[in-house]
Structure formats: C-alpha cells, structure tokens
Design a protein around this ligand. Sequence first.
Ligand code: 5GP
Length: 206
Amino acid sequence: MNQQGILVVISGFSGAGKGTLMKALMEKYDNYALSVSATTRQPRAGEVDGREYFFVSQEHFKSMVENDALIEYAQYVENFYGTPKDYVEKQREAGKDVILEIEIQGALKIKKKFPETLLLFVMPPSAEELKRRLVSRGTEPLEVIEARLKRAAEEAVGIEAYDYIVINDTIDTCVEELHQLIQAQHNKTSNRLDFINEMRKGLSQL
Ligand code: 5GP
C-alpha cells in the first residue's frame, strides 16, 4: 500500500545552515520533496525564480492569500512568505515526504492544521557561530543581519513547540540525523492508522 507522505517542518535561525542542509538531504535521498515558497522579498544574488522561491509582488501575494492558495503564510522581518498548497498536496499523495523550510509562526499554523507534522529546529553550535556565519555569508547588509539576529532571539522563545532540535555542527552528521528522525516519524502510531486497522482486521480473521 502506498503510504501518504508526511509533512516535515524545518526551522532554524537565519544563518543556521538550513539551505545547505536541505540541498545535501535532497541529494542523498530521493523520497523527499522540498516545497518552494512564495515570497515578496527580492531575490539574492544567485537565487532563481521557481527554485529557491517564487518571487512575487505584494499584489500577487495578496491574491494568493485571498484565493486560499497557501496552506500558511507569515511576515518575516519586512517580507511575506507562504507555502503553496497545490505542490504539497500532490507530492504527499505521490508518497513523498514534503519538507517545509519555514519560520516559527508558519510552523505553528501547520502543526495546528496537521497535528501529525514533525517539527524540527536546526541550531548552530553557539550564538557566536550564528553571527559569524551570517556575517561571512555576506548576502545581507549589516542592519538586516542585526534585524535577523534580533528575530533569532525572539524565535528562541518558542522552540519548545518543536519536536526535536538538531545541532548543525557537521553537515553530513546533521543530514543523517534529520533523515533518521523523519523515518522514525513514519512509524508513529498516528501515521500508521491504516496499517494498524489492517492488522486488527487480519487478527480478527485468524
Ligand atoms: P530568507 O529570506 O532567509 O530566505 O527566509 C527568511 C525566513 O522565512 C526563514 O526563516 C525561512 O525559513 C522563512 N520562510 C521561507 N519560506 C516560508 C514560508 O513559506 N512560510 C513561512 N512561514 N516562512 C517561510
């Protein structure tokens, strides 16, 4: 029986290395589908429309919200970000585990809508390391980095809502840990109700 894919949210402070981790996870395993969000933020150098994000105008984003085309959306620093519904549903039906790389407000909305979602939070080994990574990435001006560090401090307050934290020290180890946690989630009783019912039926017929 083709089991429906599960939903996995991965959050983490800006600069925690989520992008690199997701790329490595997708390259290593083919059972995951990474959702591409819509955003009103401007593309960074090297980002491609439809790959990292669907870069849309404020008006377009608003119309997606009005047409119920997003399963969740949130404002982050000064931009809007949202998860398109269509892709997530299709991939899950095809049996793929769908990964949403989103921030905490979105994560909590998803958990409320789909309680069986696995919520993972990626952390750098230390606060100093986070700042060092953000500065050395060199993609944002200093004031944006400062706004993101401030936001990280705010998000640190809500981390208890996540199922697991994963420390991103070495990429390979972290990818393996993410994979193991996702695989374990498949066998949560709440994700195996069909199998459990089949077993009950089988047992009653012995
Ligand atoms: P960035 O601008 O660095 O690409 O993303 C900023 C934040 O927005 C990150 O924490 C990222 O995970 C989050 N984000 C990206 N896409 C979505 C989305 O569709 N929904 C929500 N709620 N957050 C998102």
